[in-house]
Design a protein around this ligand. Structure first.
Ligand code: MG
Length: 380
């Protein structure tokens, strides 16, 4: 029986994780859950899974939930609640499905306790990859990616040696605006941007997919997870999202991992690795696929992808500035305050105005995140 702490349990990855916990009741026990403010959904999850404790980020909602469930489980609140619940040594796997920078601090606590981190929160590696990887090595914590592309690469690497890797090839669906030209992008609406062709995901990552910043963040995530120079991380557009990513080896051979797009598969792998489990929830039928296509991304149209590669080059706190400015820009777009094409402009302005620090430590990461948010909040 594996004991799971699922942070971000009312989001898309969180719900998929609980679907799996429901399907494998004899394998997984839910120890703790968290949500920003969706207490109706969280209440249902509490009644079904009986966690020992839950966290609601919003303090008012947390108090409301406490009243409703009347002592059925402990209810914590705020960022301090997230830290408190991860510091308790009563779980085996932390599933971190929080959105954005918020995932960093709880992940560090779980690493210190030598837990397995099933990582869906890519921003943790984007802002502090160097520190997180070092901490994992120091404490002997396992970091297993849930992000489908990175899970694919991780699976392709099983039984292989890094010295034989030529490059990794991250596939990208291209999002809803793959076939729009650069000029058309300036007038797209929020609803159009939220309408992803292949994946049903939360709002933040769906907008990141539309700008292709999601792939930019994933390049940075891969850079830290697989210790490869950015020249060895290639992005290729694959609109069908069947090939989840590939690894090319020195002899020219390529391994790929494929399936119908469904996040349950990478989640399940992160929970069961190095074992696999009998599961028939996802079916892939090649006879029903018309074609699988691949082509080069347009860096001129998807500026965010270009900026992300540049942030790796700049190093230090630059990816942290990139991430914080992206979070503010995406939030502003979702609130109707800015146009879609202003997202990369704002990120670029933050990177141009805030000096990146080459040397990185945790204090600097938190400081840079805050500084960038303050800078951009004045602009939008
Ligand atoms: Mg992904």
């Amino acid at each position: 029986m594996k004991k799971l702490l699922v942070l971000g349990s009312t989001g898309s990855i969180g719900k998929n994780t609980l679907d799996l916990a429901r399907a494998f009741k004899d394998q997984f026990e839910i120890i703790g859950l968290s949500s920003n403010c969706s207490i109706d959904e969280l209440e249902k999850q509490i009644l079904e899974f009986n966690p020992k404790a839950v966290v609601v980020k919003d303090k008012e909602k947390s108090a409301q939930l406490k009243q409703r469930i009347a002592g059925r489980c402990e209810v914590l609140s705020g960022d301090e609640g997230l830290l408190e619940i991860t510091k308790r040594d009563n779980y085996d796997v932390l599933v971190t499905a929080l959105v954005g920078f918020a995932g960093l601090a709880p992940t560090i606590e779980a690493i210190k306790l030598k837990k397995r981190i099933a990582l869906a929160n890519k921003e943790t590696l984007v802002v502090a990859g160097e520190l997180i990887i070092k901490l994992c090595e120091e404490h002997g914590a396992e970091l297993i990616p849930i992000d489908s592309e990175h899970s694919a690469i991780f699976q392709c690497m099983v039984g292989e040696q890094k010295k034989y890797v030529n490059k990794i090839i991250l596939t990208a669906s291209g999002g809803p605006f793959l076939n729009k030209n650069k000029e058309e992008l300036s007038s797209v609406t929020i609803d159009e941007a939220l309408n992803h062709p292949n994946w049903k995901m939360g709002n933040k990552i769906t907008i990141d997919s539309a700008t292709m910043m999601n792939k930019g963040l994933e390049v940075i995530e891969a850079f830290w997870l697989f210790h490869l120079p950015k020249e060895k991380i290639e992005v290729i557009i694959h609109p069908q999202s069947i090939v989840h990513s590939m690894v090319e080896f020195t002899d020219g051979s390529i391994k790929a991992q494929l399936s119908t797009p469904d996040m349950k598969l990478p989640i399940l792998y992160a929970l069961t690795y190095p074992e696999r489990i009998g599961y028939d929830g996802v079916h892939t039928d090649f006879k029903k696929m018309a074609n699988l296509t691949f082509f080069e991304p347009d860096f001129d149209k998807f500026v965010c992808l270009k900026i992300a590669y540049e942030a790796i080059e700049a190093g230090g706190t630059a990816p942290c500035i990139l991430n914080a400015s992206n979070e503010i820009a995406v939030d502003s777009f979702l609130k109707g305050k800015i146009k879609f094409t202003q997202i990369p402009d704002l990120i670029q302005s933050a990177l141009d105005s805030i000096p990146a620090d080459k040397a990185i430590n945790l204090e600097k990461v938190f400081e840079t995140d805050l500084k960038t948010r303050e800078f951009l909040n004045k602009k939008v």
